[in-house]
Design a protein around this ligand. Sequence first.
Ligand SMILES: *Cc1c(COP(=O)(O)O)cnc(C)c1O
Length: 451
Amino acid sequence: MATRENPFRNLPQVQKLLEMPAAASMIARFGHGAVADALRNTLAELREQIGAGLLAAAPDADSVLTRSGEALAQRVRPGLRRTINATGIVLHTNLGRAPLAQEAIAAVAEVSAAYCNLEFDLDGGKRGSRTQTLEPLLEQVTGAEAALAVNNGAAAVLLALSALSRGGEVIVSRGELVEIGGGFRVPDVIRQGGARLVEVGSTNKTRLEDYGEAITAETRVLLKVHQSNFRTIGFTAETGIGELAVLAREHDLLVVADLGSGLLQRTPATAEPTVGEVLAAGADLVTCSGDKLLGGPQAGLILGSKAAVDPLRRHPLLRAVRLDKMSLAALEATLRLHRDQPERIPVLRMLGQSEDELQARAERLQAMIGSGTVEAADAFAGGGSLPEERIASRALALDPPMGVDRAATLLRSGEPAVVGCIRQDRLLLDMLTVADADLPELAEALKAVLA
Ligand SMILES: *Cc1c(COP(=O)(O)O)cnc(C)c1O
């Protein structure tokens, strides 16, 4: 009977592995401790596999190093990764909503790599307010008398209701008691703000009299909520801000409008009312997000009369929902672009593309990969704005030999990840949300799954 050599004994030692020339570059990249850890883990796994009879012989030192290098690469791979959005949904909440303008990215880098005057008044040499430069800019681009910025749109609504209606009643149309997504439900937010919800009207129709009849001595706010990702169509009626404002004045109440997407200026592709229009129609306070149609970072904006905004400034919740310096820098840069060069804001640029441009991009991609058909497609603004409004776009439709589901999975796991849509067993890559600069990487990824 031949005695077999003990395979465990042939496993290289950690110290020996660390001294190999091939380990030097790994140590330079990942650090000595992490490499040593990875080698120990790899060796432990190998021992287990040998013990279970899954491996007959110990692998050589080079393979142990290679295996550890792969584990280390996986360990430093960021969880949050760049993704090419080929869904045609511009403000895709799952894909991070608005990509930032170059100017906004530069502003973030500038203030976050060093100290900045976040809460310091450089002119006076004393403590300043964190939104000192942002507020005048917000007022300038929206025409609002006063402005405030917080961490996100939901926080803006919560702060507004907490400060203006706590202990009182908030009147809302039954057609506007919506869930925006991610569990943000208007009735819950009102409750959380410490107010009582008074529902008026019906799901499809709410008239001015409905609001009028519900007003009591406890009423504080008439709230209008943008329906966001759904629409009531057909036999419908809603009461406009203008009429509500007249009613509110008569009873000394405030009109708060949660606009959601926050359009600052009209573009041909966006039929939403702008923040300025809603304020001009008589809203005392408007809230919206910074990363929807505004095209900036995650933020919540609050705009309105001084009388309506001031109580929010003094509310303790403000500190809990304040913006960080990176978002502030990005928001400020984005607002400057709105004022001076809106065409530089990626979201607005994407929404303003012509069909010819989209056709040309789809054909370029088709030529790069030598496959697929260019087709008309419906794209959307997303982010709860204009849910029904289709944007005429172009897509490259592919029929991957491995099957669409497998191809979509592979594309999602790539670097960068690619997300398209599956329609009728084909993979569609919508060109509205793909930048020209993304095409070479997108083509590489597609060629790999088509091969
Ligand atoms: C998106 C949206 C919100 C929430 O804003 P976030 O910035 O996502 O927190 C609130 N209200 C409406 C109407 C919205 O569309």
